[in-house]
Structure formats: C-alpha cells, structure tokens
Design a protein around this ligand. Structure first.
Ligand code: BTN
Length: 261
C-alpha cells in the first residue's frame, strides 16, 4: 500500500492498486471502454499473471518484487504521425528514474524503448494508443522495471534488476513515487513542445549509438553504427564502408533489425 503522498500534479494521483491482475495494460484498456479516466491515472499491481511485452512476448515479473504499472494519458496534443514522440518521452522518463535511483553510468535506452544497464535489460515499455481523427486520444503506458528480482526463468536472454546490479533491496513504493515524478516532468516537457530537444536527448542516450556493432538487418549481417531515428520511430543505421564503396544506410522497424549482443 502507498503510504506516502506522491509528489506530482497528476501522475499517479489517481492510483488503482490491484493485488493481482492478468495485465495492467489490459485492465487499463478495459477501464477506458467504460469510464472517463483522469490524466496520469496509474494501475499498479504486485502480480501479473499474463504480463505482456513487445512483439507478443510475455513479461516475466516475480510477485511483489518489481514495478509493474500502466499509466493512462490523454496526449491529444500529439498527432498520430508524431506518436513516436510519446515513446521518446516515456523512455526518457524511465531513464531519468533509473539514473536517479541507481546513480550509475551505463544506463541507456535500447531502441525503441528497452532500458538497459550495460548490455542487460532492466526495464521494458509497452505503449498502446488509441487515435481519434488525426490525434492521439488515449495512451496506455505500460512499464515493467526489475527492482528486487534476482532469478529470471523466461527465455529473455539478458535480464537484470536493480538488486542484481547493486546487491541492495529497494522499496517498491518509494521507487514508484520517483518514477511518477520523472515521468510527469518529461510528459510536461513534451506537452510544452520540446520535441526536438527530447529527440536529441533520446538519440544521444541510445544503446550503441554511433559505435560500430553487428546487426541482423532483414536477415543479413552488417556492421553498422546507429545514427538516429526517423520521425516515425524507425531506426537509422549506417554500415561500415567496404573498400571504396559508398556508406550504405538503413532504416528499419522492430521486425527488421536484430541487435547481436
Ligand atoms: C517489453 O520490453 O517487452 C515491454 C514490457 C512491458 C511490461 C509492462 S508490465 C506493466 C504493463 N502491463 C503489461 O502487461 N505489460 C506492461
């Protein structure tokens, strides 16, 4: 139970705490069908029985050990074409939170929105938007951050948690409260139209930004450096030149590129 107040204007102020739920994102999506939900509402649970990740994957989270939450926002100020800016905003908010609590270098955003410590994943984000006309109407921002879990059993190749990194235990509710503050600051920055600055900051913090590494792009192996992201959120890469060849560039979506770690 949350005992201390959350120091925000709206993020996490309307808090729905559930001891157990299949998926907080699914719960939020159902709720939105029947009720008007205030901006920044949060559905927080100790235990998800069918937590969902990107690419139809399951999200593993041991009961009571981690942050598993979905926030509801109404970013009507964003056009559908600019919806990737919300991914940027949330990624930066979670990055700020991890930076603040862990206080360590080597935290980055693995495109599009995984949170990494060195080359291990400590958090994931699943954003599900509805669009009305030309603009976003609602956004369910699902966030899973591994806090005190030390054993992982799913197929995920490289999980880590705050505890596996520092050896310490963390208070989940204190951590959640800091997450709300960090997220709200970034959401307000987005709302204030600072999209260009935020995109630059996001790119600068990308895992493997501007360093040559191996990637599978549409099934073929290339040594590339990440140069940025397109406005629609596709990853931009440039291949190492071979002899006198021109530098070859790529623009890839999540299905088309695989990081070789
Ligand atoms: C990923 O990296 O694949 C995204 C993981 C997102 C997990 C969170 S946990 C809270 C929310 N509810 C879900 O079912 N998924 C998201």
């Amino acid at each position: 139970m949350i005992l201390q107040p959350i120091n925000t204007l709206f993020t996490g102020q309307n808090l729905i705490e559930l001891p157990e739920v299949e998926s907080t994102n699914d719960f939020a999506i159902e709720l939105l069908k029947s009720t008007a939900i205030p901006e920044g509402s949060a559905i927080l649970t100790q235990k998800q029985t069918k937590g969902r990740g990107q690419r139809e994957q399951n999200w593993e989270s041991e009961s009571g050990k981690n942050i598993t939450v979905s926030f509801i926002f109404h970013p009507r100020f964003l056009t559908a074409a600019r919806q990737f800016n919300l991914n940027i905003c949330v990624s930066l908010g979670v990055l700020d939170f991890v930076d603040q609590v862990l206080n360590k270098e080597a935290v980055s955003i693995k495109w599009p929105n995984d949170i990494y410590f060195n080359n291990k994943k400590i958090g994931g984000i699943l954003i599900e938007n509805t669009i009305q006309g030309n603009s976003l109407q609602t956004s369910v921002v699902g966030i899973g951050i591994n806090i005190n879990q030390t054993e992982f059993h799913s197929e995920a190749p490289n999980p880590a948690s705050f505890k596996t990194i520092t050896g310490q235990d963390y208070n989940i509710y204190e951590s959640f409260s800091i997450l709300c503050t960090c997220l709200e600051a970034r959401y307000l920055q987005l709302k204030a139209g600072k999209e260009t600055d935020m995109k630059m900051e996001y790119i600068k913090n990308l895992f493997q930004f501007d360093v040559y590494r191996d990637y599978l792009i549409k099934g073929e192996l290339y040594t590339c450096r990440i140069t940025g992201v397109s406005d629609s959120g596709r990853l931009l890469l440039e291949a190492c030149s071979q002899g006198n060849e021109e530098y070859r560039t790529f623009e890839a979506d999540l299905k088309e590129v695989k990081f070789i770690l």
